[in-house]
Design a binder for this molecule. Sequence first.
Ligand code: D5M
Ligand code: FE
Ligand code: ZN
Length: 531
Amino acid sequence: MSLETPARIVSELASRGYNADREAVTLLAGADDPDGALDVVVERAPEDALKLSADHVKAALSEVDAGDPSVSTGRDSVETSGTKSGSPGETKGVDDGEIGRDPFGPDASRPDTTRPDESVRDPDFDARSLEVAGDVTGESTGTGEYDDFVSVFQDRFKRLSKQLRSRVNARPTSAVRKMPGGGETAIVGMISDIRSTASGHWLIELEDTSGTYPCLVMKDREFADTVDELLLDEVIAVEGTLSDDNDDGDGILFVDSLYFPDVPRTYQPSTADRHVQAALISDVHVGSQEFMADAWSRFADWLHTEEASAVEYLLIAGDMVEGVGVYPNQDEELDIVDIYEQYEQFAEYLKEVPGDMEILMIPGNHDAVRLAEPQPGFDEELRDIMSAHDARISGNPSTVTVEGVDVLMYHGFSLDEVIAELPEEKASYDEPHKAMYQLLKKRHVAPQFGGKTRVAPEEKDYLVMDEVPDVFHTGHVHKLGWGKYHNVLAVNSGCWQAQTAFQKSVNIDPDAGFAPILDLDTLDMTVRQFS
Ligand code: D5M
Ligand code: FE
Ligand code: ZN
């Protein structure tokens, strides 16, 4: 087996315990004798280098060109390793969940990632593109001061109200206060309070930069049941009629219509120009006793098959590892108690997927980054540990544009809150995509502040959806569900962790071991089961 493709080079390096950045792989692939060059590079790599860079490759290749007699450029060692990697006996079988049991053994840390059927994958690297936007990593400005909370709210209001102002003729609440009674007007505001009145109507307090104004939704209005979709701090618009006593200071607006920023019904998503697929997964939870190692390996094995040859992207929406101290009594169910060792083990599992795949990951609430959203991507230390396949790392949330398709990736912490606050038919654990529809409608991934979801003070609100995504991908609730909302595909991708004791106690029955596979050219989805 020779190393003519980047995928093989990545696999071969991984089997020898190295990762390499993209440029290094390209340089090796372009060498006259890639096999020999790889030998030299590995031989010459600094002891402590886990990841080979283009500089390592260039330095090693220049020594070969200079004719250093001590450097072996022969093929023997590669063939040995090629044969070893190619041996079916070395392939990780579907029952081999053992690497999760002994993460510390010297051999266990570097499993062989090459499958005998690697040759069925023949990706078109030139056609690939993956760009990330809306990532807070390295941009965080928050100092935790009160002023930052003011800024983040002002920014949220400014951007969401802009989306609504084109639809209604709104006035600031300070101006509405001075209008004569009985007149008609519209208000765009952030919901600061919702309560029911003694007679069963709804009083919604809307706040803008000039003050607040009470708006009344009568219980017999046809849109009265949308009130139970409302969350505090979301931005909406209302149109209505002012009470007769408006100009004496305690007026009220009787609401005739209510608008969310929303996604236009006619939204036309973008698609890729070729047949290519992305696997959307989340909540791997490596380090938990319930992590499903067998299912993961079956998934990784499947990715090496003909059937999966178009799956060139792997998008992971948070909770790579189980973490430590996330929930009370979590330690009783930990398989690996050290967080760094959990990431090391996760990296080993990542190496099981084909080396040519383009991987992007964002963190979740179990990951070792700040809990408040937006969460920055993993720090340098964790990136080094998870450097397999040169995966891209960005914050939660992030928008990743894959061959023209905008995928909004958000771990999904706020889904618990949306599900708790809204009626069953509008958001539930059994239909998590419906809770996602609500976030799309509100054009914000974590509308309610001050509840369970922690929002970090920043100058800018990274959680607003300025642009409509083509695909919205979340995880966190460990349930599989997908559907289209105004042509936007919403996918909640399940998990790789069997039911935990806590989940059992509250009747959460997770959908574990599924991989939703998205056709980027049609936005159709197929779900594969590996559990
Ligand atoms: O959470 C997975 C799902 O289970 C998510 O809906 C939250 C819920 N969950 C899990 N453990 C707990 C505890 N201990 N308290 C409250 N809610 C919980 P994940 O964060 O991905 O484990
Ligand atoms: Fe999770
Ligand atoms: Zn989670």
